[in-house]
Design a protein. Sequence first.
Length: 237
Amino acid sequence: MNCCCRRSACPHSACVLLLGLTYRTLRLSCQMDMLTIGSRSALFEYRVNQTTGKVTSKGAGPGGSALTVSQSRAQLSLWAALKSPLLVSADFNEVATWAADPAKPEVGSGADLIEILKNEEVLAVSDDPLGMEAVRLEDQKGSKSSPDVFVGAMSGGKYVAVLFSRSGDTNLTLALSDLKLAGGSAAAADAAAAAASSGYTVRDLWKHTDNGTVAADGELTAVVGSQDVVMVTLTPA
């Protein structure tokens, strides 16, 4: 992580953190708003010790974090795949103190939110030198995939795919024949031709697991939790 003062360890209590390609190479691609991971909700409450003057926060979740863990994971995944600048503004010294609420496990803790932002495999998608933003396949003519499936070409003939569930546990499918709809370089076209016989190896970027091989004319299907994502890379086998 780098902050607005261009130091890897910022001395400021609150600072704009620049993740992925944002600080190093601002590309002319999808420019979405700042990430809200670690941001406080409108219901956030401070408690002030009248004797010491020490300020403490209510914690994560409603009244603390504006997003749940799954929402935070989904936001970073989509921003990275769409090659949007990754900017975060929060006091992470404070965020780190947010404890999990046993009554609301979906909210997680401040440490959970920080770990999301430190996912090197997801940040590597944002940093990919090809710099090509993902497309939503349902907007592409001839797509056979489920709604809210995003695919982007990467360097070396790879692809990134984000399967996003807006609400409820959802069964989502990526038809690998749709990869050509994401465009890409000549290398991607050559790799796709090579993969026609050997298929693609699948890497889950949040579980950090290798999930076997899918045929080039096959399908990748996953059950995605509410307001969450499955994010994978597809590499020619």
